[in-house]
Ligand binder design. Structure first.
Ligand SMILES: Cc1ncc(COP(=O)(O)O)c(C=O)c1O
Length: 456
């Protein structure tokens, strides 16, 4: 069995269950991996549909030039179609797009024009305006306009929607997808809602985009528009492909939450997907935690592949520079003494004899102990040190502890975190001391730190 050209391999992408990032979230959460398409994104589907509809309508003729303003993925799909069918391509895109996306398009034989990101859509320098101008100037050219070309929605109505319905045996209850042009969420939702009106559609929007507020209030609020980084979702316009009646609810996701989730999907699920996939899963989990029941089935559309974001989300320096590092909530010394709740500090007096101290260590089941002179901590001793002394000289048993003790254990602050505490514990310092708010002294042992790291 073989295909006549690469474009015949588009579609029939797999559904895969989330296992790790969805722990504790109700329902069966499945992701549809659109990077299995030959151009590594879901945009292959609509690119071919748009080209073939344009050919049928006579607006794209042999030897013609395909022009589009594209964030890269659409360009890739169009380039595949153009190669298979013998057209030229010119793409305009915003300079916030990944360098990799631009290089790939050029490798696929397209001409790429990079335009500024932070200008309004109607500015003559914007990638929308530049694409339209080129279309007017170049004879026998076809302007794709994925935002308003309804073949975009139809591609997903005819392929992505039916695949999801079949692969879930009609059990899908919720569909989640990022919203850019709106073609994917609206095409899929239209098909699914025609099969079962109870299926809910959740659109993922970015901060800096107009969609969520427009859905909720009917107001196109320009104050909602500001620059953001996530590529592919959110808009400062209302594309014709966004049919708000087909989207039940919007969830906004920050660039940072999306970026961190994208890395988790790679590291914990083996899903090497793009940044907007991180947005989709993050938003889907937020929604699912509040609204899903155990026997619900949610399908989340993951639009593209991680390779296009190697210089960004998958680059540690870039993540740090943008403050996108995950701050794990490390336990503090205060947390540890709270977990040990009623443990009182066991200490000994400087006048005690080594033999007596060994009995106390045995009785309490501890291996180190602070030594006190009245209310003051003056030293410490460990069971291993006492053992060594006794092996050398059995008579040490009658020696006063003050003559053999080590320096006092180090005090740490109540708010010192686990990473700091563990760095202070070594061969010589087997435990630490901390004063609580009531000035009571507590001990934190190596064992306590290990327990805190593994159990909490
Ligand atoms: C990476 C990525 N994610 C999500 C989307 C949004 O999909 P749609 O345009 O179908 O709404 C796009 C569209 O450009 C995209 O490129």
């Amino acid at each position: 069995m073989y295909y006549n050209s690469i474009i015949e391999t588009i579609g029939n992408t797999p559904l895969v269950k989330l296992n790790e990032v969805s722990k504790g979230v109700p329902g069966n959460l499945l992701v549809k991996l659109e990077y299995f398409n030959p151009g590594n994104s879901m945009k292959d589907r609509m690119a071919i549909k748009i080209i073939e509809d344009a050919e049928r309508e006579g607006v794209l003729k042999p030897g013609g030039t395909i022009i589009e303003g594209t964030s890269g993925n659409t360009g890739m799909g169009l380039a595949l179609g153009a190669i298979a069918k013998g057209y030229k391509c010119i793409f305009t895109l915003a300079d916030k797009q990944s360098r990799e996306k631009i290089d790939v398009l050029r490798a696929m034989g397209a001409e790429v024009i990079v335009c500024p990101t932070n200008v309004p859509a109607d500015d003559p320098k914007s990638y929308y305006s530049v694409a339209q101008k080129l279309h007017k100037e170049i004879p026998n050219s076809f302007y794709v306009n994925q935002y308003d070309n309804m073949s975009n929605t139809m591609a997903h109505y005819e392929s992505t929607g039916p695949e999801i319905w079949q692969d879930t045996d009609g059990k899908i209850t919720h569909f989640v997808a990022g919203v850019g042009t709106g073609g994917s969420i609206c095409g899929v939702s239209k098909y699914l809602k025609e099969r079962n009106t109870r299926i809910k559609s959740v659109g993922i929007d970015s901060y800096g985009s107009v969609f969520k507020k427009y859905k909720e209030t009917g107001e196109f609020d320009e104050k909602e528009i500001y620059p953001y980084l996530t590529e592919g979702i959110g808009e400062d316009i209302l594309p014709k492909n966004v049919n708000f009646d087909l989207i039940d609810h919007f969830v906004k996701v920050t660039d940072k939450d999306a970026a961190i989730m994208t890395r988790k999907l790679a590291g914990k699920e083996g899903l090497f997907v793009g940044w907007s996939s991180g947005s989709a899963v993050y938003g889907a989990l937020e929604y699912a935690k509040k609204h899903l029941k155990e026997n619900d089935t949610m399908v989340i559309l993951l639009p593209d592949h991680g390779t296009r974001y190697l210089g960004k989300v998958f680059n540690d320096t870039w993540m740090n520079d943008h403050g996108f590092t995950e701050k794990t909530e490390l336990a503090t010394a205060k947390d540890i003494i709270e977990w040990k709740s009623n443990d009182r500090l066991v200490a000994i007096n400087v006048d005690m004899l080594v033999g007596e101290v060994i009995k106390i260590l045995n009785k309490e089941g501890i291996s180190q102990i602070p030594v006190m002179d009245g209310q003051e901590i003056v030293g410490s001793i460990t069971d291993s040190k006492l053992l060594r002394l006794l092996i050398d000289d059995r008579t040490t048993s009658d020696e006063k502890i003050i003559n053999v003790m080590d320096k006092p254990l180090q005090f740490v602050g109540l708010d010192n975190t686990l990473d700091v505490l563990s760095s202070l514990i070594d061969r010589e310092n087997k435990a630490l001391l901390v004063r609580d708010e009531q000035k009571q002294i507590h001990i934190i042992t190596q064992h306590d730190i290990l327990m805190a790291m593994t159990n909490h």
